[in-house]
Design a protein around this ligand. Structure first.
Ligand code: SF4
Length: 293
């Protein structure tokens, strides 16, 4: 029996806000997910195979459900106050979000990410990284700016070829709109990391690289194999290989093109470009003084 639309968008009141983390995001102390599920429904998204998602929606296809975690802003406020009371707030590094996109369309109605950012503005942690691919994050850019050097926008732009986006992630914002959003966020005074994650087929290192160089304070380049947390096996369970085959893009596991882009950028950006896991966690390790921010 299929879930009805009401069941696919039903609220799941948050019993807690922050989740302790480790693994791929080592260095960050917590993740923060305002939603369960993600309407962007990227073909390659390994989150669709995680047991927590199959638990919430065993039948619905990935991308067909989004559960708002209502009350998460209030929960977060309480948890941040507890961290402050314990003297831990300055060493708290939060990644928002690792298993959903906090600025998909439903956010404009629910404003759960805004509630979280407001709580974080009032009780600033040592580091907040907001990860999205949606220009809707600009609605909250003023809140992010108030976090100053403690706040980063990490914006996903996996390719400079919009036809590649349309083939693999057709519900995601057009690439041109993302460059515009990144430029607007930086113009508003927010630090911006562009996450080429995963690196999809793109034009040429010099062409895509020049855009990244012009738009980003820092860049992370990642691949399916290095970046899905299990050596590519999670991605292998998705339809990614079928799309690559249908499009004639070659082996989805190949990392050479991503490495060429990384090397082109590294020559020009130095430590401001990172590879895969280390690239993502550099900011958090910087908080602990392990590396430069
Ligand atoms: S936006 Fe992120 S969480 Fe959402 S489907 Fe795409 S990869 Fe998955």
């Amino acid at each position: 029996m299929h879930a009805t639309a009401g069941e696919r968008y039903a609220a799941r009141p948050a019993s807690a806000a922050l989740t302790k983390t480790g693994g791929f995001l080592t260095g960050f102390t917590h993740t923060l997910q305002p939603y369960i599920g993600c309407a962007f429904g990227c073909a390659y998204c390994y989150v669709q195979g995680l047991s927590v998602h199959r638990f919430h929606q065993p039948a619905a296809a990935w991308g067909e459900y989004v559960h708002p975690r209502t009350g998460i802003g209030e929960r977060l406020r309480q948890e941040l106050a507890r961290l402050r009371g314990a003297g831990l707030l300055d060493e708290t590094a939060i990644f928002m979000s690792s298993a959903t996109d906090p600025y998909q369309a439903v956010e404009r109605r629910m404003r759960l990410s805004r509630a979280c950012l407001t709580a974080l503005r009032d009780e600033p942690p040592g580091l907040l990284v907001v990860q999205t691919r949606s220009p809707f994050v600009l609605d909250d850019v003023a809140l992010l700016r108030e976090l100053g050097s403690r706040g980063w926008l990490s914006f996903t732009i996996e390719t400079d070829r919009d036809e590649v986006r349309r083939a693999l992630t057709p519900r995601c914002p057009a690439i041109e709109r993302r460059w515009e959003a990144v430029a607007a966020a930086r113009a508003a005074g927010v630090q911006v990391q562009v996450a080429v994650s995963p690196c999809l087929p793109y034009s040429e290192p010099a062409q895509f690289g020049a855009l990244l160089l012009a738009h980003a304070d820092r860049v992370v380049v990642d691949t399916y194999v290095s970046g899905d947390g299990q050596g590519g096996t999670r991605t292998a369970a998705t339809t990614t290989a079928a799309v690559y085959q249908a499009q004639g893009w070659g082996d989805w596991r190949a990392e050479e093109a991503a490495l060429r882009l990384y090397e082109w950028l590294a020559l020009r950006m130095g430590a401001r470009v990172g590879w895969s896991q280390a690239g993502f966690t550099d900011l958090a390790r910087g908080l602990r003084g392990d590396t430069e921010r």
